[in-house]
Ligand binder design. Structure first.
Ligand code: SAH
Length: 248
């Protein structure tokens, strides 16, 4: 069964874009997933196919009209797929959401432009609002592609053996440990000895400590949640081996 994405957008040529390359592109060719981009302009008003208007209450920019956007939404066979609007006003996208989306039949993605979409259509159509980070993009298409990329790599068969997804950042609420490959010595920098030792338990312990240190230093929000989950109420384990200077 194919995982199906539909994008509602003013710029259908932006799809599949970068997702036509590499693993996602191969999976697309193999029919493991599909993406259809539909032009919101097709539902625009009048001869000029107008999709936006000025905001009530005043202010800069334009707002996408609810009648236009709802007509586009209602024209799509949702077939049980969540309807997601990427917006900085949404709740932050997390790997748990990605797993849920990837396990379902697919997604319908509503791509905003201008100042965004009239609030009433978001209420009326039970739209899930999701942010990909605390910064402003010029349109929802890039955010939709980010969301799709994160889902597609979890579809069975897309990534092969490395797709376990169980040892990645966020899989246990922590950032991942750092990676090293050959050469063992490069420009005077050596791979940590323990990784060359062959002691699997010691390596696992080192990686756990590195994960915890990186999370504590870079993501106090994730670290606090980790402490709450594991029932620790103080600073928690601090690595003696890890060099905090390395983290930036
Ligand atoms: N005026 C809005 C920003 C509009 S940006 C505000 O301040 O909240 C135009 C479109 O880009 C949005 O409708 C949304 O679809 C998309 N977009 C911008 N930043 C985004 C982000 N961080 N996450 C997801 N979508 C985003």
């Amino acid at each position: 069964m194919t995982w199906r994405a539909t994008a509602l957008t003013l710029f259908p040529d932006m799809f599949p874009g970068p997702l036509g390359q590499s693993l996602a592109g191969r999976a697309l060719e193999q029919g493991l997933w599909s993406v259809e981009a539909r032009n919101l302009r097709d539902h625009g008003i009048g001869r000029h196919r107008v999709v936006d208007d000025t905001p009530f209450g005043g202010g800069a920019g334009m707002v996408m009209r609810p009648d236009v956007v709802s007509a586009a939404i209602r024209d799509v066979g949702r077939a049980g797929r969540p309807l997601v609007y990427p917006t900085p006003r949404g709740r932050p996208l997390r790997q748990d959401d990605v797993r849920r989306y990837a396990a379902g039949p697919g997604l319908v993605l509503l791509c905003g432009r201008y100042e965004g979409i009239d609030e009433r259509v978001l209420e009326a159509e039970q739209v899930e609002q999701v942010s990909i980070g605390d910064y402003i993009l010029s349109g929802g298409e890039m955010a939709a592609l980010v969301l799709l990329d994160s889902c597609v790599r979890l579809i069975p068969g897309v990534m092969g053996s490395e797709a376990s997804g169980t040892e990645e950042s966020f899989s246990d609420g922590l950032l991942e440990y750092p990676h090293y490959t050959k050469p063992a010595s490069w420009e005077g920098r050596d791979v940590p000895d323990i990784l060359l030792s062959g002691h699997h338990a010691a390596i696992a312990g080192w990686r756990q400590t590195e994960s915890e240190t990186a999370t504590r230093m870079r993501r106090p929000d994730l670290w606090a949640a980790h402490l709450a989950r594991t029932g620790q109420d103080t600073g928690g384990p601090v690595s003696l081996a890890a060099d905090p200077e390395r983290l930036h």
